[in-house]
Design a protein around this ligand. Structure first.
Ligand SMILES: N[C@@H](CCC(=O)N[C@@H](CS)C(=O)NCC(=O)O)C(=O)O
Length: 210
C-alpha cells in the first residue's frame, strides 16, 4: 500500500497522523509514503491524475492497484483492514460521536482555515485578499466555539482520553495555519491547551514539521 502525499497539506497530514497514531497503538500497517511535489504542480500531471482524477492529495494505492482519493475513506478502509487496536474504538455511541466531531472539523472548519491561510499569506503565492480572510474568519467562529465547548468537560483530546480522527483532522489544519504564521484560536484557552497537548504526542512529533 502506498500513500501519495505532501507533508504540509492538511488532508494528507490527517492520514499521516492517523497512521502514526495507529503505530503508537502497535499497528504497523507497512504503508509506503511517497511525496508528490505539489509546489512543482506534479499533482496535476498525468502520472498523478492516473491515481486521482481530481488532481488532489492524498491518493492511496491498495495492494490490488486500485486507489482511494478521500482522506476519511482511506482511514475507514485502514480501520477495517487492520482491525486490531482501532482508533475508532468503543461503543457505537463513542464511534458516532468521534465521527461526528471529525465531520464538523473537516466540513465546517478545515476549509475556512485553509482558505484563510491562503488569503493572508499563501505559501503558493496566491494574492492577499483581506475581505475573503474576514469572511472565512467569521465562518470559523461557530465550529471553534463548538470545539471549545466540547473541551469544557475536561477531556484532554477532542473526543475523550484517546486520540481520535478528529484530533488528526484538526491538527493537520492547525499545522498549515502555523506555517503561514497565523492564529485562529482567538480567546479559546481550552483549544490552545489541546493544541499544545496534542503536539506533544509521539505520533504528532513524528509527523508534524511546523
Ligand atoms: N476531500 C479530499 C480533499 C483533498 C484535497 O483537496 N487535498 C488538497 C490538499 S490538502 C489538494 O490536493 N489541493 C490541491 C488542489 O486542489 O489542486 C480529502 O479529504 O482527501
Amino acid at each position: 500500500m502506498k500513500l501519495y502525499m505532501v507533508p504540509l497539506a492538511p488532508n494528507p497530514t490527517k492520514v499521516m497522523l492517523y497512521i502514526a497514531e495507529r503505530a503508537e497503538l502497535g499497528v504497523d500497517m507497512g504503508i509506503e509514503q511517497i511525496v508528490v511535489n505539489t509546489v512543482k504542480g506534479r499533482h496535476k500531471e498525468p502520472e498523478h491524475l492516473a491515481r486521482n482524477p481530481f488532481g488532489t492529495v492524498p491518493a492511496f494505492e491498495l495492494d490490488d492497484g486500485t486507489f482511494l482519493v478521500e482522506s476519511l475513506a482511506i482511514i475507514q478502509y485502514l480501520e477495517r483492514k487492520f482491525p486490531d487496536n482501532p482508533i475508532l474504538a468503543g461503543t457505537p455511541e463513542d464511534i458516532g460521536h468521534a465521527l461526528d466531531v471529525e465531520r464538523v472539523v473537516d466540513l465546517r472548519l478545515a476549509g475556512p482555515m485553509g482558505g484563510y491561510g491562503h488569503a493572508v499569506n499563501s505559501p503558493l503565492g496566491y494574492p492577499k485578499d483581506m475581505e475573503k480572510a474576514a469572511q472565512l474568519e467569521a465562518a470559523m467562529q461557530a465550529p471553534l466555539d463548538f470545539l471549545e465547548n466540547l473541551l469544557s468537560d475536561g477531556r484532554p483530546l477532542l473526543t475523550g482520553e484517546q486520540a481520535s480522527i478528529a484530533d488528526c483532522t484538526l491538527q493537520a489544519s492547525c499545522q498549515f495555519v502555523r506555517f503561514v504564521e497565523q492564529d485562529v484560536f482567538g480567546d479559546r484557552p481550552l483549544l490552545r491547551a489541546w493544541d499544545e497537548r496534542y503536539r506533544e504526542r509521539p505520533a504528532a512529533q513524528t509527523v508534524l514539521k511546523w
